[in-house]
Design a binder for this molecule. Structure first.
Ligand code: AMP
Ligand code: ZN
Length: 455
């Protein structure tokens, strides 16, 4: 198995102890609904886990849930996201975190994303973070200024290796940062917070809350120990969050803790950034309202390699939806096929598939191999079985009956039409039938009520 290591910028052979991959994935900050960009990062995590399992590895995995409100920018400045959300929704931060954590789990389930063996909440691990900071303090890597305990990057000469940052070029503090900092890249380990702050804990340095970066280092160490095989996260985490995690881990241990860093490129919408202000920040539920299932979206993700940015458009989602339907149709034809196929042919496909996925997760190529097999081979049960075997990685429910997703809006109109019919209001019922037709669906009346199909 080869994986691209962002730290060495090369594809490397994955070397593990006892055939077990210790894997840490940066998880969500739970103060808002996850969007489809976030979910791309977790689809990648899932594909990686399933590829490793397919290739015979065992996995000890961790994902964190950031339910301590870290601050608005990655550099730990500004207002606390969780407390902002609490104000916005008139709830307390704990309720906010619980609600959005559930939303995240639900989205994972809809996308067939398997949660790692350990799901670690930051609020359950504050003591571990304090203990971690104490060690860094004893080893001389910290200093205290008026708003918190900081990591002193000048004591850690390897700082910047992951992103290739040139530290000497940065001379001044950013405006919103504490001017007492010794170096602009120094980051907070323990932040003193104002009295009115709700989320705060006691510590040897005074009341406050942990910095965001220490969360992952402390929980990674707690669950996986002092050697981690793979650490994943979105590409945005590479220059700050992961650089800081490396500094904390390696300063603590006196040697490299994480061997391989793997980063997912971003999902973009219509070629640009996704943002609330542009109105193009979609959730899975919003895709569903437009008639697309979560697995249509998952299929779309399989077509672009994780190290390339994925351009989301509704046209390409529509193509994915149709392609997934066709795949399922082809598979059901093979399921009922009666031809015999040689073991050799089947083995060849399996080898091709394994080679593709174990080459730094070339999932797009693996999908191509599935198509080639389904289209070129005679209809046979062996092909059907192998397609389902591939689906252990793809997780597209390929065996599912061909489904038609009917948007909620159409179902609502159909219900309204049924009411009109029950009231013998034929004019209204005809109008609603035409409306459904205009929106691309046909409605048939049945004994039980109605049936809707796509035109
Ligand atoms: P957050 O909750 O903001 O910490 O983000 C959760 C995960 O989603 C992180 O691993 C981010 O790197 C990732 N992420 C955020 N936006 C996108 C995007 N547009 N495309 C892909 N991954 C993203
Ligand atoms: Zn992290």
């Amino acid at each position: 198995m080869k994986v691209y290591n962002s730290l060495t910028r090369t594809k490397e052979n994955l070397v593990t102890e006892n055939n077990t991959v210790k894997m840490y994935s940066c998880g969500p900050t739970v103060y808002y609904f996850p969007h489809i960009g976030n979910m791309r990062a977790y689809i990648f995590m899932d594909l990686l886990r399933k590829t490793l399992k397919y290739c015979g590895f065992k996995i000890e995995g961790v994902i964190n849930i950031t339910d301590v409100g870290h601050l608005v920018s990655d550099a730990n400045e500004g207002e606390d996201k969780m407390e902002l959300a609490a104000k916005r929704e008139k709830k307390d931060p704990k309720q906010i975190a619980e609600f959005y954590t559930e939303c995240f789990f639900k989205d994972c389930k809809k996308l067939n994303i398997e949660l790692p063996e350990h799901v670690a909440k930051a609020t359950d691990n504050i003591n571990e973070m304090i203990e971690f900071i104490k060690v860094l303090e004893q080893k001389g890597f910290t200093y205290i200024i008026d708003d918190g305990v900081y990591f002193d990057i000048q004591k850690f000469p390897a700082y910047g290796a992951l992103s290739g940052a040139d530290l000497s070029k940065v001379g001044v503090n950013r405006i919103d940062e504490n001017p007492q900092k010794h170096h602009p890249f120094d980051f907070v380990l323990w932040k003193f917070v104002p009295k009115e702050h709700i989320m705060k804990w006691n510590s040897p340095w005074g009341e406050g809350c942990p910095g965001w970066h220490i969360e992952c280092s402390a929980m990674g160490r707690k669950y996986l120990g002092n050697s981690i095989d793979i650490h994943t996260g979105g590409i945005d985490h590479k220059p700050i969050h992961h650089e800081n995690e490396i500094a904390q881990n390696d300063a603590y241990e006196g040697r490299q803790v994480v061997k391989n860093w793997m980063h997912t490129e971003f999902l973009q919408v219509d070629g640009g950034k996704m943002s609330k202000s542009l109105g193009n920040l979609y959730t899975l539920d919003q895709l569903n309202e437009k008639g697309f299932s979560p697995l249509d979206f998952r299929y779309m993700n399989l077509l672009t390699h994780y190290r390339k940015s994925l351009n989301f458009t509704f046209d390409s989602l529509e193509s994915s939806k149709q392609a997934l339907n066709t795949l399922r149709q082809l598979i059901s034809l093979h399921k009922n096929g009666t031809n015999d196929i040689s073991n050799e042919i089947i083995e060849n496909y399996k080898n091709e598939f394994t080679q593709a996925i174990s080459d730094d997760l070339n999932i797009p190529l693996a999908v191509g191999i599935l198509w080639k097999m389904l289209k070129t081979e005679k209809k046979s049960k062996e092909v059907y079985k192998l397609a389902l075997d591939f689906d252990r990685v793809f997780s597209l429910n390929l065996d599912e009956e061909i489904q038609q997703i009917i948007p909620e809006e159409i179902i609502n109109i159909a219900n309204e039409r049924k009411k009109a019919r029950d009231e013998k209001n034929w004019e209204k019922s005809d109008k609603l039938r035409n409306l459904i037709l205009e929106k691309g669906f046909l409605i048939k009346d049945t004994k039980e009520g109605f049936e809707i199909v796509k035109k």
